[in-house]
Ligand binder design. Structure first.
Ligand SMILES: C[S@@+](CC[C@H](N)C(=O)[O-])C[C@H]1O[C@@H](n2cnc3c(N)ncnc32)[C@H](O)[C@@H]1O
Length: 352
């Protein structure tokens, strides 16, 4: 049993079962035993690899897309260039390197990072030292009131979700309790009410519906700044327009794990339900990662980089291009949601 599992067992013995959201929050960000608080999980030696860690092209193209959107919106100065959950800081570093030639962009940008893990903040500071002096805030609500150009890659999937099961007698919440002294899934008593959303309204008996309040609050907080001050946000994650069923998953050393087996030592995520996130009053565009990167010019950029490579480096580069864009790899399962002011031009990377 992991140290966090022992703490959770003790807590459940004393206070009763916990929700999936409470479990996720502790597993990921417990101040002593949380996954992101204690480790650096990215890359081939970690538990998973994210798009910016696969190839510099990802950050370069999204950086240029944000810079183009900034120009299209009148080049406001100053503005906030923000990232949510920046991991090792690789995405922001690639975005800043690629946009050095965009006149006025860096001079006007105030780089702000939203990161909960003190350990990862230290790493981000080191990665970004050659490019900028960012400031960190604990919460999205602490972002400055200013024009906002923001990116969040694999941030929403790390936010806690609750799970609800529709049975013939009504809705029950999926809870985590104890069986033979170990963590085990169970169900609450029937609930008097559940969130009033299309996913709940349309669910047949037997359906499991996930509800992520922190993801909704995160997008709403960013949206309110964009509605007031202008800007654009890109939300990139795996999921669907309406993600269905039980999508809670644990990853450890690049393999799926039982979500209850190693609390604090495995990454825990849930697919993002993009439909639930679109706020009223903003324009949105939505497409697959492969299509968006294609329109942003990844093929031309990949060819350009390939010209300087040979042997294994060239093979790895071609594999990275395929991995980011091919429908059987990350190209389809990862989606991009762009949110911008109602009257603003279509964000780069999207077709009308
Ligand atoms: C899966 S990693 C993605 C890292 C990076 N965006 C990338 O693509 O490589 C999730 C990131 O979100 C951060 N994070 C998770 N929950 C958070 C929260 N509630 N507030 C701020 N940061 C959070 C983690 O510490 C980590 O940096």
């Amino acid at each position: 049993m992991t140290p966090l599992a022992s703490l959770l067992v003790e807590r459940i013995r004393e206070a009763g079962p916990i929700t999936v959201a409470e479990y996720m929050a502790d597993c990921l960000l417990h101040p002593v035993h949380g996954y992101y608080t204690t480790r650096e999980p990215f890359g081939t030696k970690g538990d998973f690899i994210t798009a910016p860690e696969i190839s510099q092209m990802f950050g370069e193209l999204f950086g240029l897309a944000l810079a183009q959107a900034w120009l299209d919106r009148g080049a406001p100065s100053p503005f906030t260039l923000a990232e949510l959950g920046p991991g090792r800081g690789t995405l922001m570093a690639d975005m800043l390197r690629a946009t050095r030639g965009v006149r006025g962009f860096h001079a006007a940008a105030r780089v702000v990072l939203v990161e909960a893990s003190p350990r990862l903040r230290t790493l981000q500071a080191a990665t970004l030292a050659p490019f900028c002096a960012p400031t960190w805030v604990d919460h999205i609500d602490d972002l400055p009131q200013a024009p906002l150009f923001l990116i969040a890659n694999e941030f929403l999937d790390a936010l806690p979700i609750r799970q609800f099961l529709r049975q013939p007698g009504g809705w029950h919440e999926r809870l985590i309790g104890l069986q033979d002294g170990r963590l085990a899934f169970g169900l609450s008593d029937p609930l008097p009410q559940v969130p009033d959303t299309p996913a709940f309204q349309d669910a047949p008996v037997g359906a499991l519906v996930e509800y992520g309040l922190p993801a909704r609050q995160s997008v709403a907080s960013v949206a309110s700044r964009i509605a007031l001050h202008g800007g654009l946000s890109f939300w990139i994650d795996y999921g669907g327009w309406r993600s269905c069923g039980d999508t809670l998953q644990a990853l450890r050393a690049h393999a799926f794990d039982d979500p209850l087996a190693h609390p604090g030592r495995a990454d825990l995520t849930a697919h993002v339900d993009f439909e639930a996130l679109v706020p009223a009053g903003l324009a949105h565009a939505y497409d697959t990662q492969g299509s968006v990167l294609g329109r942003l010019g990844i093929a031309a950029r990949a060819d350009r980089l390939a010209k300087n490579l040979t042997g294994l480096a060239l093979e790895n580069h071609l594999a990275a291009h395929r991995r980011l864009t091919h429908p059987e790899e990350m190209g389809s399962v990862f989606k991009v949601l762009a949110l911008t002011s109602a009257a603003a031009p279509l964000p780069p990377g999207f077709a009308p």
